[in-house]
Design a protein around this ligand. Structure first.
Ligand SMILES: Cc1cc2nc3c(=O)[nH]c(=O)nc-3n(C[C@H](O)[C@H](O)[C@H](O)COP(=O)(O)OP(=O)(O)OC[C@H]3O[C@@H](n4cnc5c(N)ncnc54)[C@H](O)[C@@H]3O)c2cc1C
Length: 387
């Protein structure tokens, strides 16, 4: 079934990535990376050599030109196979590429974007803190100007991929906390800078990148590491809630879509192979109906993800549509994966089957990038529902 008439460059991207996944990411390796919580850096570098990080970067900086639909398809395909490769791809193409292209200074664009494209430079997001989840503007980590340096102190939590990253894209308070939305800045902190320590958190899924508690003790960086430089000083809030946030919501939707698609493929195949009562279990109406439902929901997720990506490509900004896509796709994808797990019966619950990994990975999608509750708040508020 193919309902999408796709332009030639997208068809080529799909073919190239399919071949790459088959060749470089066989399932035995994918399972090993997950089991050992291993980041296969050599695969990331091969993706960069293919030019994949350039999907988000303008030609002036060595990329192929920003293409959100193509980026979402790459996320879907890579995350459907392995979060240990798909996660770092997002950290490079999106966290680094899209953010610096969107809100970096001209100097930062010239220095960083060619490295994203050529080397697959990796950023980690240092936004959440021990006492800061949805209420991002409450951050307590600080940046203090000392001469021509900025000195960072504080603690970040759930900093995914911090250990494999080149920079931590760190949100700090750089002015009095009374004006909580204005006095925030984003800072590029080299992940190996003296004064940074990491402590791994033991998360259920998203193996490969890992997620970390990161402490900053008098970490000193040049003042020009403030993202956007002068324009970015005390101005992080507008950077965080701008077009970058729309794309971040879509990144999570595309991850969830990829994981759900992989789960449907596995359940579809398994149901036709597993024999009970002398027939494949796909002959039983209850199983057939579950498979029809997951395929239908998956189709709806895909249509909504691609349509919203096209809106972003056309208009650059779609705060309501991206919240709707993030909310719907992540919830539906979770339902899809849990239904697929039921189709595998006991085998959906053991490590030998990929379904077990899909279940662990999908559970976090409605939480990441603004929880489902926060997306519902956004939709009502942006559509001005009376309070
Ligand atoms: C595996 C993993 C990886 C992550 N990676 C990163 C990362 O790389 N960088 C990073 O900065 N963060 C990361 N996070 C953190 C993630 O972004 C936060 O979990 C998320 O922002 C929600 O914060 P919280 O979990 O502290 O929930 P809280 O904000 O404490 O919320 C708890 C509950 O209350 C609800 N709630 C909160 N406020 C409201 C409200 N106003 N209205 C209605 N309901 C509300 C929430 O929906 C939730 O159900 C990661 C988390 C996980 C689990």
């Amino acid at each position: 079934m193919n309902s999408f008439a796709e332009p030639e460059h997208i068809q080529m991207l799909r073919e190239t990535l399919s071949r790459f996944i088959e060749r470089e990411m066989p399932l035995e390796l994918v399972r090993k990376w997950d089991r050992e919580n291993h980041f296969p850096r050599e695969i990331h570098e091969k993706l960069a050599a293919l030019g994949l990080m350039g999907l988000t970067v303008a030609e002036d900086f060595g990329g192929g030109g920003r293409d959100i639909r193509a980026t979402m398809i790459a996320i879907e395909m890579l995350c459907g196979r392995s979060m240990a490769v798909g996660g770092p791809f997002i950290q490079s193409a999106c966290y680094a590429g899209l953010n610096i292209a969107e809100v970096g200074s001209e100097r930062q664009k010239r220095e960083i974007l060619p490295r994203v494209v050529g080397e697959g430079l990796i950023f980690a997001y240092g936004i959440s803190e021990p006492d800061v989840g949805a209420d991002v503007a409450a951050v307590r980590s600080t940046g203090t100007v000392v001469g021509d340096r900025l000195v960072i102190n504080g603690a970040k939590r759930f900093c995914s991929g911090a250990r494999i990253s080149d920079y931590i894209y760190t949100l700090v308070r750089t002015g009095p906390k009374e004006d909580r939305h204005r006095n925030l800045s984003l800072v590029l902190v080299p992940s190996q800078a003296p004064g940074i320590t990491f402590e791994a958190q033991d998360a259920l899924g998203l193996k490969g990148t890992g997620t970390y508690d990161v402490s900053f003790a008098d970490v000193s960086v040049p003042i020009e590491n403030v993202v956007g430089e002068e324009a970015g000083w005390n101005n992080a809030w507008s950077m965080l809630v701008g077009p970058g946030l729309d794309i971040e919501k879509m990144e999570v939707a595309a991850m969830a879509l990829g994981i759900a698609a992989a789960a449907v493929d596995e359940a579809w195949t398994y149901a036709q192979e597993r024999q009970q009562f002398g027939k494949p279990v796909s002959a039983f109406q209850s199983v057939r109906h579950m498979l029809a439902e997951v395929r239908t929901k998956l189709h709806a997720c895909r249509v909504l993800t691609y349509h919203t990506a096209d809106v972003l490509d056309a208009s650059g900004k779609a705060p309501v549509e991206t919240s709707m896509a993030k909310l719907f796709v992540c919830q539906a994808a979770q339902e899809i994966v849990l239904t697929c797990q039921q189709i595998l019966g006991a085998y959906g619950y053991i490590r030998e089957f990929d379904m077990e990994r899909h279940v662990r990975d999908i559970l976090v999608m409605p939480i990441l990038g603004g929880s489902s509750a926060i997306q519902k708040n956004n939709i009502c508020n942006m559509l001005k529902l009376a309070k």
